[in-house]
Design a protein around this ligand. Sequence first.
Ligand code: ASP
Length: 373
Amino acid sequence: MRSGKLYWPNTLLKSLARPARQAPQRSPFTQNMSRSLLRLAACAGLFVSLCLPSVVHSQAASAPNFVMVIHGGAGAILRSSMTPEMEKAYMDTLTIALRTGYQILSRGGTSLDAVEATIRVMEDCPLFNAGKGAVFTAEGTNELDASIMDGRTLNAGAVAALQHVKNPISLARLVMEKSPHVMMVGAGAEEFAKSQGVKLVPPHYFWTERRWKGYEAEKTRADSGKTGAVPGEERKFGTVGAVALDKAGNLAAGTSTGGTNMKRFGRVGDSPIIGAGTYANNLSCAVSGTGDGEFFIRNNVAADICARVRYSGVSLQQAADDVVMKELVAQNGGGGVIAMDRKGNIATPFNTPGMYRAWVTSDGKITVKIYKD
Ligand code: ASP
């Protein structure tokens, strides 16, 4: 595991360097001030987290097992196309996110709290395609989706096509806990957010230079008549997710995304679909997925893995491998999942070159991985 000072590549820090089309013009002084404050706030949080010991020890040897796994998206993530700085930034941020969840679980907090808090850290980081770092739609806007599920009660909450909510995972949880519904979308979801006291952010909050460049490259390609996505960089999906088992033996899962680059506005992928991108049931397992959402929806990926564990008695690893490495591969559906059963066994199969992933066990041992090897 790596620890130490987090290096933010310059491009990632320029997240608010250019206002989006919808943004009102502000004076250079105000822009600089808010940029500095934002960076300061982000860095302060990161610094505090990085000062924590890299291995946090569990409180008692007899403490029940608790464990957490997270992902930061699967895709064409190759060692050969990664700079050491970028690799370190990803590994450090995954570690910070995981520690956030670990601390909640180690103090006896719920898996739901751990999943939400951990995903919020990744939503606030421009590295991932969720929250702050969301990709752009074909129209140059951002539309965010998220869902969360409680394996103890089977309660679930989901939101889609949000344009003004900084942390969609928390709104998904509010839908689950403060409404009789499971899923809310677009303007209705944002009205509900306001009614719950959630502060909305202007659309330009989600503007980052890296994603905008990806959008422009894909748009130029599309305008010139070429079909398909730009190879390489932008084929990394970057969605984030977490699954956790708490000391009380309860599972939870959550997923948050900006969707796919250049998606049509109004398109919704698997991440907010309970059963497709997210599922948790104490009787079987908890799953969060990342990849070609349409395939995850058609195959009901997350729920299918849990159903196999529950009804056919295969191991978690077997069930997850069969769905991700066989079913999806046979259909050309790219992606991966993180999965955990009620005993705390974990599986992280992916059929793409890489998947950002990390896990922590009760003894505080953190493992972070990006590539296949
Ligand atoms: N599954 C997400 C979607 O289709 C994309 C991703 O995982 O990056 O919206």
